[in-house]
Design a protein around this ligand. Structure first.
Ligand SMILES: [Zn+2]
Length: 179
């Protein structure tokens, strides 16, 4: 990853430094995010993880196959002090613990589930939605059947939040099939 001065200033421009007494706060990315909540930085014709750009700039090359992890558990953060190298397994564990924390059903998740059931009714879709939302299948069926979250309208099919949810649901189905 080659970063010119110009790119570096463009990068810094997207960072919101959180002032904390004594320093050490997160450097939050204010640009676009990917489906997993990581910042995206456009460089050399493609998107790079903003935290990976930060790591490569401040701490050095990222060896092939290694991941950049957050000690602060904040995927938007680009503070080099909060970034460390990890293996694929470390990264999977981080994502699992993050999705466990996020597994509280709220209005936007219910809206996404409703939209999914409007466009898809294929076999296994309830299980896929439950996995993507981190909630149990009974709750998901209740949303589909209008027993819960009745007042919530289906999500906009073109919204970032819905597209990320749909991608996660379909990906969880693929990984299930191949395992
Ligand atoms: Zn941080």
């Amino acid at each position: 990853m080659q970063i010119t001065h110009k790119d570096f200033y463009r990068f810094l421009d997207k960072i919101d430094f959180v002032p904390t007494p004594g320093g050490g706060g997160c450097w939050n990315w204010t640009g676009s995010l990917d489906c997993w909540g990581y910042g995206r930085f456009w460089l050399d014709g493609k998107h790079h993880g903003a935290h990976r750009v930060a790591f490569a700039t401040y701490k050095g090359e990222i060896p092939d196959g290694m991941f950049v992890r957050h000690s602060c558990d904040n995927p938007r953060c680009c503070s080099p002090a909060h970034l460390a190298l990890g293996t694929h397994q470390d990264n999977m564990n981080d994502m699992k613990s993050r999705s466990r924390q996020a597994s509280v059903l709220d209005e936007s998740k219910a809206a996404n589930a409703k939209r999914l059931f409007l466009s898809r009714s294929d076999f296994g879709i309830v299980r896929a939605a439950a996995r993507a939302l981190g909630i149990d299948r009974k709750t998901v069926r209740d949303i589909r059947d209008g027993k819960r979250w009745k007042h919530v309208a289906p999500a906009d099919p073109g919204s970032h939040s819905y597209l990320c949810f749909e991608a996660a649901a379909l990906a969880s189905r693929r990984s299930r099939r191949s395992s």
